[in-house]
Design a protein around this ligand. Structure first.
Ligand SMILES: *Cc1c(COP(=O)(O)O)cnc(C)c1O
Length: 385
């Protein structure tokens, strides 16, 4: 088996799900975002682990295909499809019982027509109405929510199961950003009221992502949608220290470790250049370890310079450009602590022995943990520990 692998610490995943279930009021439904194969961690594993934890009745995927994969692996909980799809996919939504986000007259009409063809007389297909309260992505404006809900309810085979919106700045703790989050909350309330004013039950209302679960307890409504915290990372400015300063005892642990092994140790003279573009020159005589992991595995090119990997409890810098399938690490001359075949950990939880997390890589690469995790390629086998 290839030595470059993503080890998934199932106990940590379970721990995080338990933390979320404990943190959120018992009456509040939890919809775990398992899109993009659970941010690279395996959606099926996450769904099954959530099932073991109990009290988690919804999963959110981005695409119809992701929903189908869960169904084919025997997941029976509610599955919500967060992104829009095209009419060619509508029948799959129906046959796999996937609950879509919808909005817009044209979209709802097309879905309604497809449902008319698919369903028998008294059958109703549940959908969520998406509302744009400030994200500037999908959703109707709050003012339109009443009419759009009416369109859904008037359709012979559609039924308004719930309403949802999405925060765009809830991960920032500055006053300005939190003010915008409050504004979005108020806009969502207004949308819900518009629907109620038409005599329609808005159903399950949901706006909270990971950041809002941590930071905005009054904005849970009926269901929250945790993503990144499930996989052990805090959203942007909401750190463990910040939460502790607010007397919140919430703890999560990273779930994935990206590991590989040293496949060569080379002796380089002073001044020798390393990798494409000759951006790195050895300042002195040194030994360079070669790792069989590169940007095709998700180790983004922009992580170097800056990236450090852990070998036997110490950090060593990646030097020169990261290649498609390999990268080089400066381990220092005649280092007695580093040997051929030793394990090198790119990032991971404490349990893995890693001294860096996906947040450290994100900082180095000017991105967020979400992108680091979802970039880990298909070629990297996931091993459940
Ligand atoms: C991805 C996503 C979430 C989860 O976001 P996190 O920041 O990872 O908690 C929730 N809702 C929607 C609509 C999403 O697209």
């Amino acid at each position: 088996m290839r030595c470059t692998k993503a080890v998934i610490y199932k106990d940590n995943l379970k721990y995080n799900l338990e933390q979320i279930r404990r943190h959120v009021r018992p009456k509040t439904e939890i919809c775990v975002a398992v899109k993009a194969d659970s941010y690279g961690h395996s959606a099926v594993l996450t769904a099954k682990t959530a099932h073991e934890v109990g009290g988690i009745n919804y999963f959110a995927v981005a695409t119809v295909d992701e929903g189908i994969e869960l169904r084919e692996d025997g997941i029976t909980e509610n599955i919500i499809v967060l992104s829009l799809c095209v009419p060619e996919e509508f029948d799959s939504l129906f046959s796999y019982s996937l609950t879509p986000f919808t909005f817009g007259e044209d979209y709802i009409s097309a879905l309604s027509e497809a449902a008319d063809k698919f369903f028998k007389k008294d059958e109703k297909f549940p959908v969520f109405l998406a509302v744009d309260t400030g994200m500037g992505r999908i959703g109707c404006y709050p003012d339109e929510a009443g009419n759009e809900a009416k369109l859904i309810e008037q359709s012979a085979h559609l039924h308004l199961k719930g309403m949802a919106s999405h925060f765009c700045e809830s991960d920032s703790v500055t006053t300005e950003c939190q003010n915008f989050t409050h504004l979005q909350y108020e806009e969502f309330c207004r949308a819900v009221e518009n629907v109620q004013a038409k005599g329609i039950n808005p159903g399950i209302c949901s706006i909270g992502n990971s950041a809002a679960i941590m930071n905005n307890h009054d904005m849970y409504f009926d269901m929250v949608r945790p993503g990144i915290i499930t996989y052990g990372y805090y959203p942007d400015q909401i750190t463990k220290e910040y939460l502790q300063s607010r007397h919140e005892d919430f703890d999560i642990k990273p779930v994935m470790a990206l590991e590989t092994q040293i496949v060569a140790i080379r002796h380089f003279p002073k001044g020798k250049s390393v990798s494409y573009g000759r951006t790195y020159f050895c300042e002195d005589e040194t030994d360079i370890a070669v790792l069989p992991v590169g940007y095709a595995d998700g180790l983004l090119r922009r992580f170097s310079p800056g990236l450090e990997v852990t070998i036997n409890g110490k950090k060593y810098p990646v030097c020169g450009r990261i290649c498609m399938d390999q990268c080089m690490v400066n381990i220092g001359k005649d280092n007695p602590e580093v040997h051929l075949w030793d394990k090198a950990i790119i990032f991971g939880p404490e349990e893995s022995g890693a001294l860096t997390t996906a947040d450290d890589l994100a900082k180095t690469g000017g991105t967020i943990s979400y992108e680091v995790l979802t970039s880990i390629g298909k070629r990297v086998k996931r091993i459940v520990k």
